[in-house]
Write a protein that binds this ligand. Structure first.
Ligand SMILES: [Cu+2]
Length: 197
């Protein structure tokens, strides 16, 4: 199917990007396809980047960073939606406020919204600034996760690992309205790779 072929192509591009970043590849890698999500090192100035039309993704030695924020009464993750290759490590970093990154899974008191057989994860409450939690996602499919104190307000996130059709999201009927409103569609994630809040 066309969508599957496209998804595979995109996955390959992202894979090439991550391989390139992990390998710290030399100049001969320069002909590699341009990644949709551009690397932004932690200490590079935001305003030095002119590709405003391309979503920015913070990657630290191959680890993809998701910031957790509390700002002006809003609690959110940036990025909110993400597409990565299987085996990618995600690092949740508490940038402000108090949050958790908790997989929708019976182990965490919720219906399962991560691939069957994937291990449930829960950062626990992170209250210190720059407190971190890492999880490596290997099973392909769609992972939905929530913030324990702010789920009812829609503080959630979605990560697609590889092919979303390997494990599509369960129907959202039972979720709070704010969560349903907040979760970006799989189609949007596959198109944009990095969905900002
Ligand atoms: Cu939160």
């Amino acid at each position: 199917m066309k969508t599957t072929a496209k998804a595979t192509a995109i996955a390959l591009v992202i894979g090439a990007m991550i391989t390139f970043l992990v390998g710290c590849g030399p100049a001969e890698e320069a002909s590699a396809p341009q990644p949709a999500a551009q690397e932004q090192t932690t200490d590079s100035a935001q305003d030095s980047n002119d590709t405003a039309d391309e979503p920015q993704l913070e990657i630290d030695n191959g680890v993809v960073v998701i910031g957790m924020y509390a700002s002006a009464g809003r609690n959110y993750n940036d990025p909110l939606g993400l597409h990565v290759e299987p085996g990618t490590t995600i690092r949740f970093v508490n940038r402000s406020g108090m949050h958790s990154a908790t997989a929708y899974h019976p182990d965490n008191g919720r219906d399962r919204r991560i691939p069957d057989g994937a291990q449930a994860w829960d950062s626990g409450l992170m209250s210190r600034r720059d407190q971190q939690f890492e999880v490596t996602l290997t099973a392909e499919g769609v992972y939905d996760y929530f913030c324990i104190p702010h789920e009812a307000m829609g503080h959630v996130g979605r990560i697609v690992v590889g092919d979303p059709e390997a494990s599509p999201p369960a129907p959202a009927d039972g979720l709070p309205q704010a969560v349903r409103n907040a979760l970006p569609s799989v189609d949007r994630i596959m198109t944009e790779h990095v969905v900002r809040p």
